[in-house]
Design a protein around this ligand. Structure first.
Ligand code: F6R
Ligand code: MG
Length: 364
């Protein structure tokens, strides 16, 4: 029976400031998903935190874009925001930009990635959760895992991987999508996804089997709201092993701290630090942006115990590198390239700042 794994996430209140998740909010989310399982809506579910965001991991048999599953997530976040208000948490209800549930979480401010699969005899899956960064951050790691033989030796050595993958890319500005196949169209793909502020990888599909191998959230909070609300803090689900890259090949891109957009006021270039769930608490300059990787061995739709995959000294060097890069970039203060390029600032706090002097310009 096909099974769907939905990861639906939101920032509904930070403790303290935007640094972390209050234990009562996480407890509320965990109770809610346990109820969803007890009521038979979900096969299994877990709630996790990355920074100030709650990620609901929902395993069910209702397919993608299911109204009941999405409403369940929406209601859970709305109730969580109420608790956040009661606790006086910062930015309570921040990401809930829709007034009411419109039938699907798309456009509501929640981030969502969903993947339907026929469970293999053994089904290793990695769920990535990010904080203080934007949609498109997963472009580089997904490209490397699925299309770069210097990262993924399986592309050279494994028959199934050798046939390549198809990438679904979304243009987050024009709201359109395109499919590009690798290895043939790798350069065309890079021409687009090398600009993650505009183009975001939504899904990766195996050309050998037609199975969806990975999905990422592409919801752009600021574009939905028409103003700066907060960082998108995207999520991604990646199937591993066999016809897909191995767990180690999927994690390898994070052994280098990449520069992503996000951090303070969603307006800066900053190193993306792979961390354990316990270290996903961005307290320095609202950064460095974090990424947590939870590993699951799906079995009969059940998630089982999560493995905290970046809780590994093999990623210590990437963490140290991220701290060095953060030191260096931060010395540039409000100058580019520490501050994002002007075009990318359109939906940040910049337009308000520019308005103040707008009337004093004199034509040359
Ligand atoms: C992260 C985020 C923060 C805030 C920053 C300023 O999602 O939203 O970086 O932008 O802490 O917040 P305010 O303006 O609310 O004080
Ligand atoms: Mg966040």
């Amino acid at each position: 029976m096909p099974q769907t794994l939905s990861v639906i996430k939101a920032g509904i209140g930070g403790w303290v400031g935007h640094t972390a998740m209050h234990p009562e909010i996480l407890a509320h989310a965990r109770e809610a998903v346990a109820r969803g399982v007890a009521q038979g809506l979900l096969i299994d579910a877990q709630a996790h935190a990355c920074g100030d965001d709650v990620f609901l991991l929902l395993s069910h048999a209702h397919g993608t874009d299911n109204e009941v599953v999405h409403r369940f997530a929406w209601d859970t976040f709305v109730a969580g925001a109420e608790i956040a208000r009661g606790l006086g948490l910062y930015g309570a209800g921040q990401d809930l930009i829709a007034d009411a549930f419109p039938g699907n979480v798309r456009g509501t401010g929640l981030g969502c990635a969903e993947l339907t699969l026929e469970e293999r005899q053994s089904e290793p899956v990695v769920v990535f959760m990010a904080d203080k960064t934007a949609t498109g951050a997963f472009n580089l790691p997904l490209f490397q895992a699925f299309a770069d033989p210097f990262n993924t030796s399986g592309l050279v050595l494994s028959e199934a991987l050798h046939q390549g993958f198809a990438f679904e890319v979304h243009d987050v500005r024009e709201q359109r999508r395109i499919m590009l196949t690798t290895p043939e169209e790798a350069y065309d793909l890079l021409a687009l996804i090398g600009a993650p502020g505009r183009y975001a990888v939504r899904a990766v599909v195996s050309r050998a089997t037609g199975e969806v191998a990975a999905v990422a959230s592409t919801d752009r909070l600021s574009r939905l709201a028409g103003r700066y609300v907060g960082n998108d803090d995207p999520t991604a689900i990646v199937r591993c092993q066999g016809n897909f890259p191995s767990v180690g090949e999927v994690l390898e891109p994070f052994a280098t701290a990449r520069i992503v957009a996000g951090s303070m006021r969603g307006s800066h270039a900053a190193p993306w630090m792979p961390v354990s769930a316990a270290q996903a608490t961005a307290s320095r300059f609202d950064g460095p942006p974090r990424v947590v990787a939870l590993g699951f061995q799906l079995h009969e739709g059940r998630l089982g115990v999560a493995r905290d995959l970046f809780d590994d000294p093999a990623f210590d060097a990437a963490r140290a590198e991220a701290n060095r890069i953060a030191d260096y970039l931060h010395r540039h203060g409000p100058f580019e390239p520490h501050r994002l390029p002007l075009d990318d600032m359109e939906f940040t706090t910049m337009p308000g700042a520019a308005l103040k002097t707008a009337s004093r310009w004199i034509d040359l």
